[in-house]
Design a protein around this ligand. Structure first.
Ligand SMILES: Cc1ncc(COP(=O)(O)O)c(C=O)c1O
Length: 381
């Protein structure tokens, strides 16, 4: 089945018990057991719930993995994956990831002596040099949040395999509709399903997919033991969102390409980060590993212009955290999504104070550009 059909028919798309074409919300914590140790496959909803299971099978089908897992948030999914490692292990981390991902490495897991090293993972040589005896995994975002840095997934996975390391990809920006890292050699994929997969800014959820029975057994143990599961109602809402992912992503990409062309022509813009631009570093690599450039654009205003005024002058586009919903959102990474990254590191990697991140929605592309245009006119006054 092609991905467009899998989005609708993947996982468990019909309820066995009733024939309902939407899996019901099995809003239950526990299940009647027929006798001691005899049940219908479910005992307690932290361990397993039919609605969550339908979603877990769906994301696994989409990512072409071995097993999928649903969590209460993207960060809960990432935490569960990090719990696969031990004190004294080291993980190589892309140097401009989502601020919350950096924070969980730096402020939570570091306390338990799980080390990390920030590396520009687009530079294969730098990654190879950072690998030492303690290194157990490479954790990447590609494109990264917010600078859209592209890492060669095939090459990183090859290197990791050669050195006996796991590769983890945060696939939030691309979704399996545009990029399937496990097919390219990766071991684990994580998602903030809060974003494009949900698609309507109405839920918080996280997903993880692993490529082997061994990792599945370990992650299932961690999911059940630590309990950061997704509730049945949000699992249902997420399945519903995923059904329209294909049409939404096509429109996000079309609109983002249109907005990028407009930004290129505007004199207040100093630099644009968008993987669909031929001038973007990693453009050629991205084309070989993804089926589109996505709906996220970052750009820098020239230093003489005031970002605060830009945000205040938006009307259709909402100033807000998050991304990937049907509505266009703009954010200021330095003070919002990436504020937890120290100022010096932000400057070094390019998350400057005049950087703006746009999640291009699926409204009329002309209306989005009109709104940007009037905000740019206001900053010039
Ligand atoms: C790339 C990426 N990964 C992970 C997360 C964390 O996900 P959540 O907010 O669902 O916990 C985010 C949130 O913005 C993100 O952008």
């Amino acid at each position: 089945m092609k991905i467009e059909s899998l989005l609708i028919h993947g996982g468990i798309s019909v309820d066995e018990a009733t024939g309902a074409v939407n899996i019901p919300i099995y809003q239950t914590s526990t299940y009647k057991q027929q006798s001691l140790g005899v049940n219908k496959g479910y005992e307690y909803s932290r361990t397993g719930n039919p609605t969550r299971e339908a979603l877990e099978k769906l994301i696994n089908d989409l990512e072409k993995g071995y097993e999928g897992f649903a969590f209460a948030s993207g960060l809960a999914a990432i935490s569960a994956v990090l719990l696969l490692f031990k004190s004294g292990d080291k993980i190589i981390l892309s140097d401009n990831v989502y601020g919350g991902t950096y924070r969980i490495f730096d402020k939570v897991f570091k306390q338990f002596n799980l080390e990390y090293e920030l590396v520009d993972t687009s530079d294969l040589k730098a990654v190879e040099e950072a690998i030492d005896d303690k290194t157990k995994a490479i954790f990447i975002e590609t494109p990264t949040n917010p600078l859209m840095t592209i890492t060669d997934i095939r090459k990183i996975s090859e290197l990791a395999r050669k050195k006996g390391l796991l590769t983890v990809v945060d696939n939030t920006f691309m979704t399996p509709y545009l990029q399937r890292p496990i097919e390219l050699g990766v071991d684990i994929v994580v998602h903030s399903a809060t974003k494009y997969l949900g698609g309507h800014s109405d839920l918080i959820a996280g997903l993880a997919v692993v490529n082997s029975a061994e990792l599945a057994e370990k992650l299932h143990f961690i999911q059940n033991a630590t309990g950061g599961i997704l509730n049945p109602s949000d699992a249902w809402l997420l399945i519903r969102g995923i059904k329209t992912l294909g049409v939404r992503m096509d429109r996000h990409v079309e609109n983002a390409e249109f907005v990028t062309k407009y930004l290129e022509s505007n004199e207040v813009v100093q630099k644009i980060y968008y993987p669909g631009l031929k001038t973007h570093d990693g453009y050629d690599i991205h084309k070989t590993q993804a089926d589109g450039a996505g709906g996220m654009i970052s750009f820098v205003l020239k230093p003489q212009y005031d970002v605060k005024k830009f945000f205040e002058s938006l009307d259709l586009i909402t100033l807000g955290e998050s991304l990937g919903g049907v509505e266009s959102l703009a954010c200021h990474p330095a003070s919002m999504t990436h504020a937890s990254i120290p100022y010096e590191i932000r400057q070094e990697i390019g998350i400057v104070d005049n950087l703006i991140r746009l999640s291009v929605g699926i409204e009329s592309k002309e209306d989005i550009v009109k709104d940007l245009d009037s905000a740019f006119k206001a900053v010039k006054l």
